[in-house]
Design a protein around this ligand. Sequence first.
Ligand SMILES: [Mn+2]
Length: 311
Amino acid sequence: MNKNSRKIVTSYIDPDMDGIGSMYAYVEFLRKKGEVAEYYFEGTPKKEVGIVLEKFKIQLKCANKVSKDDEIVIVDNNELNFIPKGITQEQIIQIIDHHPRRPWLDNNTKVNCQIELIGAAATLIAERFKNENIEISKESAILLYYGIISNTMNLKIKLTSLRDIEIATWLKEKVPELTDEITKEIFIKKSEIGDNIENEMEIGFKNPMVKIKWSIGQLEIANAEEFLLKYESEIRAILDRVSAKNDIEYISVNIMDILNGYNILIAGNKKTADLLSENFDFFKFKNLKAKTTKFISRKELVRVIAERYKK
Ligand SMILES: [Mn+2]
């Protein structure tokens, strides 16, 4: 491809903190290496992104559009169904991600891939700055830090690797404003999602890797039990509506209490509760609801299910 072409860094539609942080910082990295680069995203970033941007007075400048001549870098994603519309597979030159590798990449020698199953894609981006000794801006450090904190639930879930912890510490040391108090404040603010629960759950897609019609959402909430007193019936209505609309047989939502470190799993129907308790002995359902002290993320649940019901 043309050496002078512009690189566009993108992630998946409706990106989360990890996706936004990774694309923002990777553009900075590329520019500091002399490349022409911009980031582009579609949809609505997760609520937490807005909270972090506002807290630290950071503004995003998304590219207006992607053109056919742009070379595409995808961060925090390698599933083609999830990338912005209009981007073709042929444009993709690089992937930096921490999700399991999708089959389209199996015999692909054109795409430069770094896929490592650690806590956050932001870790992989931050390591590039550190390893190549490239100065990182305060903005990129903040966004990458919260990408890691968000994806690893404050470095608590099992998927968190030593590399995530080390690079988060490295980023935190660079920015004095990154304190544990601010992180707690962000977690609490992030839980106020009464007006936008469905979007935050990310529940619309059937998982394409498995032969069962399965989807699991996730909510990260500061006080999960209190939250459910108020919103459980609305969540159940969303599960019913989404499963009917998208032909999903097994539907559930994993609610993680990010302050207190426990989970509540809400199953949309009995079939789903049975399937989950069959595969995870720590889920004991009562009224299609299971509370567990095991602090487990959707990614970890997905990996077990994807292995068991592989296509
Ligand atoms: Mn991620």
